[in-house]
Design a binder for this molecule. Structure first.
Ligand code: ACM
Ligand code: ZN
Length: 556
């Protein structure tokens, strides 16, 4: 969309003979705001060196500083930031928390609700919470003309917002992205850059998949070998060779975060309105931990950090008392690092072959009185017991467990598990129906079907970009066959990147962008009344920022 050129505003203070153009952006931003009422009869608000960003209340200082940095990056204008309002008449951008914003909405939606009022003299941004102010800040940023548009208008062009009132809020309260740092280790600086990308797309959850067979990345003081040994593997599978762990490239992969780095990432994300949810994947996908502490496995090992991918038979021994002690100690340190209400405990792809042969696991099954019944084996029930115990431990500390939909059933659509619906949130990855079934069974659930939202999936990355984008934007109805109460249990949507084949940061960004924009618009605007032409137009404008920020994105 072409920016609007205004004639020289008398208010411009530049004492030069060539008049400056005031270039307005527009409100065609992504994700699309709910309501925009433009006031073309009113003057736009032009951004000048003298414009100040005022914030009401200390809690908004960081948001104001961030906005100033972003405006500077986009326009080259450095606004002063100061507490406000101040009793003078200078044009300003005022940030305010106003709990009356979005009171007609559910709590999940209200959190990120905001209103913007722009006139020639003031930009007033009111958010119901800090998250609302941050969401509104991003709309403000995107509603300015891009650097290219400004350059086109001449050397002294001035960026401006056109006069308007904007009311906006998200459809889903949970708008997430998961990154696997086990198969490929991404350092803390890269993780922060990913968080910038998420924030730019109004996502508010970063799900950090920190442990898996191929590497344990989070330090646990009580079990130092987890990162000393478990964060290192001898190589990664060679393509087109048997998946046996022998055919690897011999290139060691290692890396783990310090606790300090993790705290920094959590704070960095919080400053941008993003909650970090850690995942400790258990009781399967535990080879890295078993390599460090072989006594946690059924056979006692020896084990090696996996040099192959896929699903491995060796898992935590559910029968030994020490296993639950290990889980609780690890979770205690995890909760200390991550203040999130939700902690992800995985629960996916846990073969039962070792448990079937293990005297400790079989003794536990007898002790608990577990039986094969209703299409579910006693070993499946042992996993339900273990997940429940871990979930109860989280609950006793005021947290809730997220688990992959495997905890309801192994590789089937039929629900046959028994985790406590009040304490467990299901991440439905196998099929779109996995999330819906969980919601029908009374669970809160997150929609992340691999056929649509696994941005690492080879078959979708092989598609031309337009089709890959449509695969996300045009995904089938999320709520098919659900009652209103069941639909209400779907907290939101999440994309995932499993990093087996991700080469580096640029490759990661290439998988993310621009598909994350499709997720952003679906999760923010909701899945109803999709407007693909409008979405593609808004995306076009977003891509100028991808370029300006140096983010790699797929173009063909
Ligand atoms: C998963 O993809 N195993 C959750
Ligand atoms: Zn065992």
């Amino acid at each position: 969309m072409k920016p609007i050129l205004y004639a020289l505003a008398a208010a411009l203070t530049i004492a030069a003979c060539t008049p400056a153009s005031v270039v307005c952006g527009d409100w065609e931003v992504l994700p699309k705001p709910k309501e925009v009422r433009e006031a073309p009869q009113d003057a736009p608000f032009a951004l000048h060196k003298s414009t100040r960003i005022l914030y009401e209340g200390d809690s908004l200082e960081t948001a104001a500083i961030l906005l100033a940095a972003q405006l500077s990056g986009r326009t080259g204008i450095h606004c002063q930031v100061q507490p406000g309002p101040v009793p003078d008449e200078k044009p300003s951008i005022l940030l305010r928390i106003d709990p009356s914003v979005g009171t007609h909405l559910s709590a999940a939606r209200q959190t990120a609700a905001y209103q913007i009022e722009v006139n020639g003299h003031q930009v007033l941004l009111r958010g119901s919470t800090i998250e609302g102010v941050l969401s509104g800040s991003r709309t403000l940023l995107k509603a300015l003309p891009s650097t290219e548009e400004l350059n086109e208008a001449g050397r002294r062009a001035v960026a401006a917002w056109s006069a308007a009132t904007v009311h906006d809020w998200p459809y889903f309260g949970y708008r997430g992205f998961m990154l696997d740092v086990s198969r490929h280790f991404f350092d803390a600086a890269t993780v922060k850059e990913v968080i910038d990308i998420l924030a730019f797309h109004n996502l508010n959850v970063f799900h950090w998949h920190l442990t898996d067979d191929q590497g344990w990345r989070i330090p646990i003081d009580a079990f130092p070998e987890l990162t000393r040994k478990g964060a290192w593997r001898a190589g990664s599978p060679l393509p087109e060779t048997p998946e046996d762990g022998e055919h690897h490239d011999g290139v060691p992969v290692s890396g783990c975060y310090t606790k300090e780095e993790i705290r920094e990432v959590v704070q960095y994300a919080a400053d941008r309105g993003i909650t970090v949810i850690p995942e400790i994947d258990l009781p399967g996908h535990m080879m890295a931990a078993l390599a460090a502490y072989p006594e946690l496995g059924c056979t006692g090992g020896p084990y090696e950090v996996a040099t192959r991918y896929g699903v491995l038979d060796d898992v935590l021994c559910a029968g030994k008392e020490s296993t639950m002690g290990f889980i609780k100690t690890v979770l205690t340190e995890v909760m200390d690092l991550f203040p999130s209400e939700y902690i992800h405990l995985g629960g996916d792809e846990c073969p039962k072959v070792r448990w079937e042969q293990c005297p400790d696991c079989q003794a536990k099954i007898r002790q608990l009185g577990l039986k094969d019944a209703d299409g579910k084996t006693k070993e499946n029930r042992l996993q339900s017991w273990l997940m429940d115990e871990a979930g109860k431990f989280l609950a006793a500390h005021g947290r809730k467990m997220i688990a992959w939909n495997d905890v309801l059933c192994d590789w089937g659509d039929k629900v046959c598990g028994t985790p406590d619906p009040t304490g467990t949130i299901i991440a439905g990855w196998m099929r779109p129906s996995s999330t819906r079934i969980a919601a029908q069974e009374g669970y809160k659930a997150i929609f992340c079907p691999c056929g649509y939202l696994y941005f690492s999936a080879k078959e979708f990355n092989a598609l031309p970009v337009q089709e890959a984008l449509e695969r996300v934007y045009d995904m089938p109805s999320l709520f098919e066959g659900l009652t209103e109460a069941e639909a209400d249990r779907i907290l939101g949507m999440q994309a995932c990147i499993w990093a087996e084949r991700v080469a580096d940061k640029a490759d990661l960004e290439w998988r993310l962008l621009p598909r994350l924009a499709a997720l952003s618009e679906l999760a923010w605007c909701g899945p109803f009344g999709r407007d693909k032409a409008g979405f593609l137009n808004r995306l076009n404008r977003l891509e100028t920022t991808y370029n300006a920020r140096g983010w790699t994105w797929r173009q063909d």
